[in-house]
Design a protein around this ligand. Structure first.
Ligand code: NI
Length: 167
């Protein structure tokens, strides 16, 4: 296992669309282990492959680690089947360290994906879990949550980022 370097806003890999995973082999297992380790070390809620420089449709998530009760979830080739309701809550991202902003998300999602063995599953999530799923799937499509900010807030963010981005 290895901790991978988390890519930061400005790295072009965060703006690319990841490709579906077709092979469930030992290199995929290695990637999953590395992503989990990297996410836990950074104390993140979730981590998408783009964030460690891999353009593959996979993300890891742990909604329970903050309660001291870790449960690693792995989503491969994820798709939102249906969604409803609306949330407006503060979001952050390991690739944009130090920043957080409120954005709109669906309140409830039904997601389908493959597990680490290639077996399909479905999961229904609400609240924080629903927001995390939407955030991570966006990563796989090259979208970052700051893209949803108003023009005014985007400009404020750009100024903030100039001063605060890690060097
Ligand atoms: Ni993120």
């Amino acid at each position: 296992m290895a901790i991978r370097k988390i890519r930061i806003l400005g790295d072009p890999v965060l703006r690319e669309k990841a490709k579906p995973i077709t092979e469930f082999n030992s290199s995929l297992e290695q990637l999953i282990e590395d992503m989990a380790e990297t996410m836990y070390q950074a104390k993140g809620l979730g981590l998408a492959a783009n964030q460690v420089g891999e353009l593959l449709r996979i993300f890891v998530l742990d909604l329970k680690q903050r309660e001291g009760n870790p449960e690693l979830l792995v989503f491969i080739n994820p798709e939102i089947v249906s969604s409803e309701g609306e949330l407006y809550e503060e979001e952050g991202c390991l690739s944009i360290p130090g920043y957080a902003a409120k954005i709109k998300r669906k309140a409830k999602v039904l997601v389908k994906a493959l597990d680490r063995t290639g077996k399909p599953f479905e999961m229904e999530l609400e609240g924080l879990g629903a927001r995390a799923i939407q955030h991570e799937i966006d990563h796989l499509n090259g979208i970052l949550y700051i893209d949803y900010l108003s023009t005014l807030k985007k400009n404020l963010f750009k100024r903030w980022w100039k001063k605060h981005r890690p060097r």
